[in-house]
Design a binder for this molecule. Sequence first.
Ligand code: HEC
Ligand code: HEC
Length: 357
Amino acid sequence: MMKLSSSLLLGLSLVSIGSAQAVGSAQAVHPGKLAVQDELPVGKAASEHPLPPGWDKLPAGEFGEKIIRGYRYFVDSQSLSPRFVGNGLNCINCHMDAGKKENAAPLWAAYMSYPAFRKKNNKINDYQERLQGCFMYSMNGTPPALGDPALVDLSAYAYWLAQGTLTGESFDPSAMVIPSDADLLKGGKRDDFPFMLSYLDAGGSKEPALPDRGYPKLDEPKQAPDIARGKAVYEQECSVCHGANGEGQQVNDRYVFPPLWGPHTYNWGAGMQRVNTAAYFIKRNMPLGQPGKLTDQQAWDVAMYLDTRERPQDPRNHGDLEKTREQYHGGNSYYGTEVERRTLGVESYPNHPNKPR
Ligand code: HEC
Ligand code: HEC
């Protein structure tokens, strides 16, 4: 195991509360016409990204406390284990910089994109239902029930990031509309959203753009993604942190480098097990501290390698692997297919193994 310096550890996951951050300059917005972008043109200047608010913009009082609790759940999701979390991950492991980083599925863009229809469950999902999905699959756990205080707090954190980001420099948290819990849980993409209505009243009319949502797509690879090439990339660029067998690294029983496959990571229902989604994430965010180091082809190859390793079962599999594959897994998932003479999904690890009975 590699020796870790304490300053490296501190830098990794602990985003200190109280550090004031620069605040962006997005314009006031018009509610009905949110232009949410799915894709980001490559090579955009950093200064063009909307900047989320810093802690100096935290509202006082009860709502501020909800935001802080939501932030804590997000960076230290292990505090929701064993009730809701069944693996060693934290939300921040995939939504970098506490959900603030553009191109790493930022929460400010996410919050303004729900309610939305999702093919995954074939219905319109409000924001709290989208959160439930990440608990079920990315966290290999059991989602909090609709309306649970944990979902309220996580929504409050995202709402605040969204409102501050869209407002820009003039964001005044003391004037922020405080929605009811029921309103908060729905998400911001609707004409009756209180925050948006207050904008209209204030004369806001400029159409907002929410670029940098999700993980920006890569072009299809020139050569089909290849496990052997991916393994070589993994050994060269990733194993120093994530371990020779994707097992991650722990200090005092906590992961400082998250596991990528095996029993303690995201399950076969998660977004990250799709090779395309993993390639997009990896290209922009890994190796940690050196985003963009890999060529597109290397990102596809290493994504192929890690997403053809075993991990916890798809919780929608009730005994019929083939049917689960057919119903839920498209061409970018290798679940239920034969790879290296084993069928993926046959020897998967259990769902929510630490669930209180
Ligand atoms: C310097 C250490 C380091 C290197 C090298 C590194 N990672 Fe990571 N990786 C991390 C850390 C730390 C996180 C969690 C980020 C956070 O919490 O802010 C992470 C997160 C991830 C995640 C999402 C979380 C999860 O468990 O799935 C994936 C996928 C990933 N890395 C893949 C890779 C790949 C592929 C490579 C090699 C190309 C790589 N990493 C290289 C440190 C590293
Ligand atoms: C293993 C990686 C991983 C972890 C851990 C994770 N997520 Fe996600 N999350 C994803 C992926 C992948 C997506 C889909 C992004 C896309 O399709 O571009 C996503 C999407 C989302 C979205 C919707 C984003 C959008 O723009 O529509 C929200 C909100 C979200 N996650 C919240 C959470 C929360 C809260 C947690 C912790 C309880 C969490 N996630 C943990 C990988 C992860």
